[in-house]
Ligand binder design. Structure first.
Ligand code: ATP
Ligand code: MG
Ligand code: MG
Ligand code: MG
Length: 480
């Protein structure tokens, strides 16, 4: 089944159960001081859950563009190295605003997965909240447990802790237990060796979480105690790319038709081959992933820049450029070329990719050209450092200066030094980095809730080399 049919079937399934299909909210959030990027389907419905506004329809379904690169949900470092976390991904969801609750949410999720999508129930595990001994005044989610027992044998049910099976919006507000659905797509041989249930939530690439059903039934008060909500809500989120992996019988999200056209284009324009060498594979996955994140945010009006959300986007794009530069040997801009395939591939579901294609292309090309120049300058400096070094060692201070002032990535410094038989004082570099982090930490407040992400991004942000560059000017690109 093609990915676009999978997306449509999900939406049609819930439409047939009286849900209104709503559009994805923008991925870039402009009017919420506590959240830069949409990181879950429920974000756009926050005001309904808080009771501040009333929805037109009390059942909704959609596919939401999400970005998880900062704050509580930061998957950036995993991306490319694993095969199932992305920066930008689609989260399929269904919602009940004070309407149906656990019974329907559980039964429908099962019906969709096993009857419509025909996933073999033998490959599925479900989890329920085991309860908590701390100040929370409730225990095991017996209601969900009883409902699941009607559907699956008990050895398929996993008891999950607060970290995995209890959802909260922040220190206060609506919250509740959740049930997650995990899938085991290993071979029968592997399954015989270790039962799938032992691998749930263990970062196994073939035993992954696909769907999270959140049961919002409490309100956490300022004093930390829980009270029952007068109206209970359902909030679910399923990873679209992971679902495609399962339904297309693949072992990696990148082998689904969501990514294969992009990967083929990367191979073509960078003259590389996917599937031959692990470093190259990681680089190709990073680029295939990051071009989506960057293209979608530019389409939403967020251009790369030196501060805030723009800085996050710039960092993602530079990570992709750097992986290309280091492992695919791409010394000229090439990521901008991928947007043609991307807009063809996803433009039907997300028309903004088509209508903004020229802007997206021009911005990415310009960013690539400018960062590649920075990398070139850094290379010259590094060569001089090596020439001047008597003991074949480069100090942490020098490496930090290259990183901080010229934006020369430390892993690239390390790689080049190693290749030339030089040594890098990594501990010295870490020391300098920590000094700088402490400096900026003192200037900002740290917080980690779902809705307070700005300070954390600011904390990570260094300005150094960015200040050497002219900022991106949207008017300039529109003219091109
Ligand atoms: P994981 O434990 O795999 O990191 P999660 O528990 O953080 O997932 P949720 O916040 O429950 O994820 O989001 C709902 C669903 O979205 C998950 O069940 C998963 O299918 C999908 N998902 C979460 N993070 C990502 C990501 N970075 N890339 C792709 N899909 C994701
Ligand atoms: Mg996660
Ligand atoms: Mg999880
Ligand atoms: Mg989850």
């Amino acid at each position: 089944m093609k990915s676009k049919d999978i997306r449509n079937q999900f939406l049609e399934f819930f439409k047939a159960k009286s849900h209104t299909i709503v559009p994805s909210a923008p991925m870039v959030i402009k009017d919420d001081p506590t959240l830069m990027f949409t990181n879950a389907g429920m974000n756009q419905f926050k005001e309904y859950f808080l009771g501040n506004s009333v929805p037109k329809s009390n059942r909704a379904t959609d596919t939401q563009k999400c970005l998880r690169v900062s704050g509580k949900h930061n998957d950036l470092e995993e991306v490319g190295h694993d095969t199932y976390h992305h920066t930008m991904f689609e989260m399929l969801g269904n919602w009940s605003f004070g309407d149906y609750f656990k019974k329907e949410a559980i039964q429908w999720s099962w019906e969709l997965l096993t009857e419509v999508f025909k996933i073999d129930p033998k490959n599925l595990y479900v989890s329920v909240f085991e309860g908590s001994d701390d100040a929370d005044n409730f225990g095991l989610d017996t209601e969900a447990l009883e409902l699941w027992k009607e559907i699956v044998p008990e050895d398929r049910i996993i008891y999950g802790n607060k970290k995995d099976n209890f959802w909260e919006m922040g220190d206060q507000g609506p919250c509740g237990p959740c049930s997650e659905i995990h899938i085991d797509i290993r071979s029968d041989e592997e399954k015989a060796k270790i039962p799938g249930r032992d691998l749930v939530n263990q970062d196994h690439p073939l035993v992954v979480e696909i769907w999270n059903l959140v049961f919002m039934q409490y309100n956490r008060k300022a004093n930390g105690s829980l009270e029952e909500l007068p109206a209970k809500h359902i909030d679910t989120g399923m990873g679209f790319e992971r679902l495609c992996m399962v339904l297309q019988n693949k072992k990696s999200n990148y082998d689904t038709d969501v990514f294969t056209p992009l990967i083929a284009e990367i191979e073509r324009v960078s003259n590389s081959e996917y599937g031959q060498n692990e470093e190259v594979n990681v680089a190709i996955r990073v680029i295939a992933d990051h071009v989506r994140a960057v293209a979608f945010s530019i389409a939403d009006g967020q251009l790369p820049s030196n501060t805030g959300a723009g800085y996050v986007i710039r960092r993602i794009l530079r990570r992709a450029i750097r992986y290309g530069f280091t492992f695919l040997n791409t010394k000229e801009p090439f990521i901008f070329k991928l947007t043609e395939v991307l807009s063809k591939q996803m433009g039907e579901a997300f028309p903004e990719l088509r209508s903004q294609k020229d802007l997206i292309q021009n911005v990415i090309r310009e960013e690539e050209a400018s960062f590649l120049r920075t990398l070139d300058q850094g290379l010259v400096l590094l060569e001089n450092l090596m020439k001047d070094s008597k003991d074949k060692k480069i100090s942490g201070e020098k490496a930090f200066e290259l990183y901080d002032t010229y934006g020369f990535p430390i892993d690239l410094t390390g790689l080049i030094l190693r290749e030339n038989g030089y040594e890098l004082d990594e501990a010295g570099f870490e020391k300098e980095l920590n000094k700088q982090k402490n400096r900026s930490r003192e200037a900002t407040q740290v917080s980690a809730g779902d809705w307070e992400e700005l300070s954390e991004v600011e904390e990570e942000a260094f300005v150094g080399y960015d200040q050497l560059e002219a900022d991106v000017n949207i008017a300039k690109y529109r003219k091109v």
